[in-house]
Design a binder for this molecule. Structure first.
Ligand SMILES: Cc1cc2nc3c(=O)[nH]c(=O)nc-3n(C[C@H](O)[C@H](O)[C@H](O)COP(=O)(O)OP(=O)(O)OC[C@H]3O[C@@H](n4cnc5c(N)ncnc54)[C@H](O)[C@@H]3O)c2cc1C
Length: 455
């Protein structure tokens, strides 16, 4: 018994909606009435053989037998993920940490790694959005979903979201340290080859380490590969007790662990173990450009020794005083992979790719970490970070992460977001008086009608 919307292939069967007594309910709520889901199709088998015949009947029709979950716009991942888990569910992917709001993370295109893994926003199949005049809009696949999934707050206040969930699963995570070639071109060819070999991998490194005697940045080509694989392990879950992402724990060592998918890919609270200044950008580009773009980016970073030198004296002073401040490598590069999507403002939107492109993107995350917090150095990091897109953006089709340092202008935005004019039209309808806009968005996206408000 399935209520179908438009076509069978679009029907969703809500398996979470089957409660233990087998009662029928079109809309399902949890016991606190704060998590709910709406099934477009619903089936309650009387016994196992009925279930077997039902699933067989849906197989030729390719009906999506997947759980959907609806929840309010205020849910943070630290609450959402355990609650989903209590219901035997998880999301397809997360970023590297859970100290985030689900909407905050998805609407900025947050992602993790995996050539078949997309960013969080692609999990969204429906939204309720409040416009600036107080009207609620129901957004779904027939109703501009591609415009709203990544909207950085500018298309209204999201009050409710419906996502595609999936049953909980385990992953095996492996950390492996390898020494990369010292020649930078060969190093990035190696990184591209490693990326091609593994389905879901994070490549930590290379680094640039400041040498106070020579006053030079010195490449360290040690790479830590962190990769995830499906497993049928059902024993102890031990990834979350030994996490190295976000500076929680030591990463560059060999080990394996097993855990529920959510815990094996994202740090548990406290989630962020380094709380200090940092210059960081993350740039996405078609994976086909990785070897060349990676080489150019790293060579450009290496060539900055003379500009960095005036700021480095403090390390020697701290060392002389025996101060054990945070002493990271001076520059760390992380490479990840994301599958592209059709969301208009997604950093991995596929609208302007070459016809023969795979649709998979690589990302380069650069982090300049100071020995101690000081604004002069932080502003220098900003200047330096702002130079990469003018240098390499057009050449490699580079798109910046919405919630890391980004500096592009509206001309560049129209290249990397070919649907920007359609998006700006919707923005005007949702927010005629520019109440959801700020100077940053005006400059980045060219929301010219709002410009005078901020001058
Ligand atoms: C330690 C650390 C690790 C990170 N790791 C990753 C990573 O692995 N991958 C990655 O891609 N990024 C990563 N990031 C960046 C991360 O994706 C962003 O910081 C993310 O946006 C954080 O979500 P938030 O809840 O803090 O959102 P906020 O920064 O609070 O909000 C982001 C945007 O969402 C909008 N918004 C929030 N709620 C609503 C709503 N209800 N309606 C409409 N708009 C709304 C806000 O207006 C804002 O524009 C990391 C950041 C940190 C600090």
């Amino acid at each position: 018994m399935i209520a179908l919307k438009t076509s069978l292939s679009a029907a969703f069967l809500s398996i979470v909606a089957l409660n233990s007594s087998g009662a029928l309910a079109y809309r399902w709520f949890n016991w606190q009435f704060d998590i709910t889901c709406e099934a477009t199709g619903f089936f309650v088998p009387a016994n196992e053989s009925e279930l077997v015949s039902f699933v067989k009947s849906q197989y030729p029709r390719k009906t999506l037998l997947k759980p959907v979950v609806t929840f309010g716009g205020g849910w943070d991942l630290v609450d959402l993920i355990p609650t989903l888990h209590d219901h035997g569910l998880q999301v397809q992917n997360l970023g590297s940490e859970k100290v985030q709001n689900y909407i905050g993370a998805s609407t900025t295109g947050t992602h993790d790694t995996g050539k078949q893994n997309q960013n969080l926003a692609t999990q969204i199949i429906g939204l309720r959005v409040l416009d600036s005049q107080g009207n609620i809009h129901v957004i779904d696949k027939d109703n501009n979903l591609e415009a709203f999934r990544v909207a950085v707050g500018a298309l209204g206040i999201i009050t409710e979201v419906t996502i595609q969930a999936e049953p909980v699963s385990y992953l095996k995570r492996t950390n492996k340290v390898v020494e990369g070639p010292s020649n930078i071109t060969e190093l990035y060819q190696t990184i591209a080859d490693i990326g091609a070999k593994y389905e879901q991998i994070n490549i930590n490194g290379p680094n640039l380490v400041w040498n106070s005697s020579t006053q030079q940045l010195v490449p360290s080509t040690n790479l830590t590969l962190v990769y995830w694989e499906p497993t049928n392990h059902t024993g102890p879950a031990n990834c979350s007790v030994d996490f190295c992402s976000n500076d929680c724990g030591i990463c560059n060592r060999d080990y394996t662990c097993y855990d529920y998918k959510m815990n094996s890919i994202a740090t548990t609270p406290a989630g962020i173990c380094y709380r200090g200044f940092m210059g960081q950008f993350e740039h996405f580009f078609p994976v086909e450009n990785l070897a060349e773009a990676g080489t150019d980016y790293f060579n450009y970073a290496i060539s900055q020794s003379d500009r960095l030198a005036p700021y480095q004296g403090i390390k020697d002073i701290l060392a002389a005083q025996g101060m054990s401040r945070y002493e990271s490598d001076d520059v760390t590069v992380i490479t990840r992979f994301v599958k592209g999507d059709d969301t208009w403002l997604s950093p991995v939107n596929t609208y302007n790719l070459q016809p023969n492109a795979s649709g998979v993107f690589a990302t380069l995350e650069y982090s300049w970490v100071p020995s101690y917090n000081n604004f002069t150095l932080q502003w220098f990091y900003q200047d330096l970070a702002s130079e990469f897109i003018p240098q390499f953006g057009d050449k490699y089709n580079v798109r910046p992460h919405w919630n890391k340092m980004l500096f592009n202008n509206d001309t560049y935005a129209s290249t990397i977001y070919p649907k920007i004019n359609d998006w700006l039209e919707i923005q005007e309808q949702m927010d005629p008086q520019c109440q959801f806009v700020n100077p940053f968005l005006v400059d980045r996206l060219g929301i010219d009608r709002c410009r005078s408000l901020f001058e």
